[in-house]
Write a protein that binds this ligand. Structure first.
Ligand code: ADP
Ligand code: MG
Length: 429
């Protein structure tokens, strides 16, 4: 079976052409020209999975794939939208009808519009949004692949809504603090309007990343800074493997993990699990926190909650270890060590948090056999994507090897993209 499988690569596309196309789509749909075009990227998370909602720090960065929104304000309180990724035509809804749980009440063919309508709703709550608008959407972010097409969409809509709102001195999109507020509005929209549980990582990555850098985003303090890993200069790259599989239609599994963490935090007497560890986390701190948990809860090390907790604490330590790798003096084996940490993260997500699946495990194993220094699943899990840290010259053959492994296992054909740290949300025209 091997030897004749070609790897399918996704291309970010020509940005000028995409902007032209989304302007044309807007004009054809609504009969007038848009006021502007805004875009926001999808993301991958280098390390720090399933810990945003536990108050931990994550290390995401924006990928080259983006979602574009051509938009114009309307004075009549209507929201209208059309997406080139949705074949059912346009959706129309008064902003006044946007309420928590909206998505569940929309017909199936229109549920995507909840991601759009929820943003001006959340911004209106703080008096910062538009009163109505038309939106035309186009995207190169694969949808439902764990690369956060949902945040790319809502963050692009947020930037458009902010820019089109009635005259204000300052646009939220122009300042770091303002972007935190826009990201919060997107989180509220996704949690309350779509009722898709999200911890904030995706929106922070899409609005607060920096080109060429990894964002370190602390979800307890709200603070962030960037780290330039020097990945490309060192001759390495990050390959994204989209397994083109999702095993969960709804995010009940995500919600149950989140619930387990909240319950454990309560039993430990802390607000969020991050509070059970000291400021700088070492492996010894993880052992100590687990020991405290066993004593207080009476649970054994292999109970489900103990394993969930062990993932969260150990992943928080791995984030600290990666920050240390790139903050200190460059160390010759830092890339090997990063690879080892990525591998440990995958094992933890697979065995302790139990959010992996055969496709993700195959992607990770095949990547390693093809020369990856380390690999792990990213995002919520049960499908979606994995990342692999590879020496640049091995990138193409690794993709082919992974595609072959998928064909041999009888899985859907995977797709690949190169995760180059890219620009955050911005105005394009
Ligand atoms: P992910 O964010 O990992 O891609 P989600 O399930 O969180 O997956 O979000 C995917 C949903 O977001 C889609 O089902 C659709 O409702 C909406 N969406 C994302 N991108 C677009 C787009 N370009 N046009 C219309 N809807 C979109
Ligand atoms: Mg999403």
């Amino acid at each position: 079976m091997s030897g004749d499988t070609a790897a399918q690569w996704m291309e970010p596309g020509d940005e000028t052409q995409i902007v032209d196309r989304v302007v044309q789509e807007f004009t054809a749909q609504f009969g007038y020209a848009p006021a502007g075009v805004w875009s926001a990227p999808g993301r991958v998370n280098l390390i720090g999975e399933h810990i945003d909602y536990n108050g931990g720090a994550c290390m995401p960065f924006a990928i080259p794939e983006r979602t574009w929104v051509a938009a114009a304000a309307r004075p009549d309180g209507m929201l209208r939208g059309v997406s080139l990724q949705e074949s059912h035509g346009d959706v129309e809804l008064p902003l006044a009808q946007v309420q928590p749980g909206l998505t569940a009440r929309l017909p199936e063919s229109q549920t995507w519009f909840g991601y759009v309508a929820g943003v001006p709703w959340a911004l209106a709550d703080t008096g910062e949004g538009i009163t109505g608008a038309d939106f035309a959407i186009d995207s190169t972010v694969p949808i439902g692949a764990g690369l956060s097409s949902s945040a790319a969409l809502s963050c692009a809509v947020a930037l458009a809504s902010d820019a089109l709102a009635d005259a204000r001195w300052e646009r939220l999109g122009d300042t770091a603090e303002g972007r935190i507020r826009l990201a919060e509005a997107c989180v509220r929209s996704e949690n309350e309007i779509v009722r898709a549980s999200t911890g904030g990582l995706d929106q922070a990555a899409s609005l607060r990343s920096q080109e060429g850098a990894v964002l370190v985003c602390d979800f307890r303090s709200g603070e962030s800074f960037t780290v330039d890993m020097g990945l490309e200069a060192a001759g390495y790259g990050i390959l994204v493997i989209d397994t083109q599989t999702t095993h969960q239609l709804l995010d009940g599994q995500y919600a149950s993990r989140r619930q387990a963490c909240e319950t454990a935090a309560e039993r430990l007497g802390v607000q969020v699990l991050r509070d059970a560890l000291p400021e700088r986390v070492t492996p010894a701190d993880v052992d100590e926190a687990m020991g405290d948990w066993y004593r207080r809860s009476g649970e054994s090390a292999d109970s489900e909650t103990s394993r969930r907790l062990h993932h969260v604490f150990s992943e928080m330590e791995r984030v600290q270890a990666v920050i240390d790798l790139f903050e200190g003096t460059p160390d010759a084996d830092r890339w090997q060590r990063l690879g080892t940490i990525l591998d440990a993260s995958h094992a933890s997500l697979r065995d302790d948090y139990e959010v992996s699946c055969p496709e993700l495990d195959t992607a990770v194993d095949a990547a390693r056999s093809a020369g990856a220094l380390g690999a792990r699943m990213v995002g919520g899990g049960f499908g979606g994507s994995a990342i692999a840290l590879l020496p640049e010259p091995l990138m193409a053959t690794a993709a082919t090897r992974i595609a072959e492994a998928f064909a041999e296992a009888g899985f859907a054909e995977p797709r690949f993209l190169r995760a180059v740290p890219s620009q955050p949300g911005r105005r394009d025209r």
